[in-house]
Design a protein around this ligand. Structure first.
Ligand SMILES: [Zn+2]
Ligand SMILES: [Zn+2]
Length: 211
């Protein structure tokens, strides 16, 4: 799939940085890169992104180069910030509101102690256990939300998480939950609250001096 030429994540691949140094990858290999997330509600919030413009990560979790990049990013995330959760808002069409404002696939890696699901009655939604490698089959072309707790694991190891199949698109689902759990629901929309200083701090903390 081609981007429409207005894709920030494709531009990063071309070396065009909309947010200056914040957009410079923390780590990369031949097919993936990682950046500090704009709009981070906690420091350390990182995205892993394929170079290729695609709508979701559903077929990507088994790519050895994805595993390679996760294995580069997770050790420093865990060393600096502790436990990590991972989640994806898996879209299936351009301009879906599920996709957090970008049509370019990415997974969120967020330092977080405990569970977003703790005592939350599963948000009144149906979630099935799912390994990352099973998402493509389980979602079967539909949009989905995927969440996994990586804890202190320093490599991807096909985590067992949960998946919710979306019947209707939903916007920034996990961001809203995190903002709520931090007691700051008003900052959940990253387009209104880009919080660039947090992203800058994440990058400064995680970036390898040689990069
Ligand atoms: Zn793109
Ligand atoms: Zn997202």
């Amino acid at each position: 799939m081609e981007s429409n030429g207005l894709c920030r994540f494709c531009d990063i691949v071309k070396g065009k940085f909309h947010y200056g140094d914040i957009d410079k990858p923390i780590a990369h290999n031949e097919e993936f890169y990682a950046i500090a997330s704009i709009g981070a509600l906690v420091e350390g919030w990182t995205l892993i992104i394929p170079y290729k413009h695609q709508l979701s990560m559903r077929k990507t979790y088994v790519n050895p180069l994805f595993l390679n990049l996760a294995g580069k990013v997770l050790p420093s995330l865990i060393e600096k910030y502790g436990s990590v959760i991972a989640f994806e808002h898996g879209a299936n069409k351009e301009e879906s509101i599920t996709a957090c404002g970008t049509d370019h696939a990415h997974i969120h890696l967020v330092p977080w102690e405990g569970s977003l699901f703790y005592k939350r009655n599963n948000y009144g939604m149906k979630w099935d256990q799912c390994r990352a490698s099973e998402i493509a089959d389980k979602a079967n072309g539909k949009e989905y939300l995927f969440y996994a707790e990586l804890g202190g694991k320093e490599s991807w190891e096909d985590p067992l998480g949960v998946i919710h199949i979306l019947e209707n698109p939903t916007s920034q689902f996990f961001r809203k939950i995190i903002a709520e759990q931090l007691g700051r629901p008003e900052v959940s929309d990253y387009k209104i609250h880009p919080r660039l200083s947090v992203a800058r701090q994440t990058r400064n903390t995680l970036v390898a001096p040689s990069f």
